[in-house]
Design a protein. Structure first.
Length: 92
């Protein structure tokens, strides 16, 4: 198998973190153009990070609220587990 054949394979189609589609091959240069569609988990992770930041700010404004601190700790642990799972399974 040549390097060109390896490059042109649709091996990324089975990657759970994204899907690719060959959209164009330049007949003169042989350059291949691809469209890449990422998993929605990437956007979810960004949203979770935003909530985490807001939660942390709220905790700073209400340091005496023990229940809020416990909830934050639970959320932080959940966030770590979610990120670990997405990274391992979907190659983030």
């Amino acid at each position: 198998m040549t390097l060109r054949e390896i490059y042109e394979q649709d091996w990324a189609q089975d990657t759970p973190g994204f899907k690719t589609k060959k959209t164009n091959i330049d007949p003169i240069t042989g350059q291949v153009t691809w469209d890449v569609e990422y998993t929605p988990l990437t956007d979810i992770d960004k949203s979770i990070e935003s909530v985490y930041s807001d939660f942390k700010d709220a905790l700073k404004k209400h340091p005496q609220d023990q229940k809020l601190e416990q909830l934050f700790d639970s959320f932080a642990a959940w966030k770590r587990e979610f990120r670990k799972h997405v990274s391992r399974k979907y190659g983030r």
